[in-house]
Design a protein around this ligand. Structure first.
Ligand code: ADP
Ligand code: MG
Length: 224
């Protein structure tokens, strides 16, 4: 739609730049990784340095892949999708990760209308981000409640509620800044990208969190 397009064009120059750089770095990194793997197989015996190099390259690749999502913030192909189906697919994708971490995902889907106009892959990316964060916030396991509720006549509310470590005021205030992470292996990009995607869908994100009490993320999206 018109409004959505205008919103998309507002993507910051910084975001475009980051995405451009990420794209340029990805090719040489892929080449380097390939050659290192070849060298590794040429050498007799085990060398731990190769493991370190490969794992560092994988980390760069992870950061680049997250940055590259910024390269496609345009809501390219808007399609009519059933939000319940979309969410079920995402949950299936992350099921094994949840089980491995003793996290039980509970769903409550009760909307009358379930159809939205969206870029399916982008929206899935957002849900994956929030669910992964929730799992990572519960190192000892726990419950993640995912609700889809009607909100007013023309909106729906997708709620992710975890019982995890929660966020300090400092984290809450820095959330969404690129590269802000409290995790050893975090990228600090998930939140920023998710928010951007939701806003491109004319939606909103609200966060409620308290240390040791858990976190609730509310995503509001317009119904079709
Ligand atoms: P990353 O997950 O790579 O650290 P994100 O942008 O996804 O990057 O999240 C940024 C930070 O926000 C996290 O490092 C964490 O401190 C905090 N955070 C996000 N989601 C949650 C959550 N569900 N519970 C507690 N903290 C969270
Ligand atoms: Mg994350």
């Amino acid at each position: 739609s018109q409004e959505m397009m205008q919103n998309t064009e507002k993507l910051s120059i910084a975001g475009q730049l980051a995405a451009g750089i990420a794209h340029e770095i990805r090719n040489p990194i892929t080449a380097i990784k390939g050659f290192i793997q070849l060298m590794n197989s040429d050498i007799d015996g085990y060398n731990e340095y190769f493991d370190i190099i490969i794992s560092e390259i994988k980390r760069i690749e992870l950061i680049l892949s997250e940055l590259l999502i910024l390269a496609k913030p345009q809501v390219k192909k808007l399609e009519r999708k059933d939000i319940n189906v979309l969410m079920d697919q995402v949950i299936t994708l992350l099921d094994s990760q949840a089980i491995l971490n003793n996290v039980e995902i509970i769903t409550e889907f009760d909307t009358e209308d379930t159809y939205i106009q969206c870029d399916e892959n982008q929206l899935k990316q957002v849900f994956i981000n929030y669910i992964k964060n929730a799992i990572e916030a519960m190192p000892k396991g726990g419950k993640l409640l995912i609700q889809i509720k009607q909100r007013d006549e023309d909106k729906l509310n997708i709620c992710f509620k975890d019982e995890g470590v929660g966020m300090t005021i400092e984290t809450l205030s820095k959330l969404g800044q690129p590269f802000y992470t409290t995790k050893e292996n975090g990228t600090g990009l998930g939140f920023m990208i998710s928010k951007k995607i939701i806003e491109n869908h004319l939606g909103e994100v609200h966060i409620m969190s308290e240390p040791n009490q858990g976190t609730t993320i509310d995503v509001i999206l317009p119904l079709e």
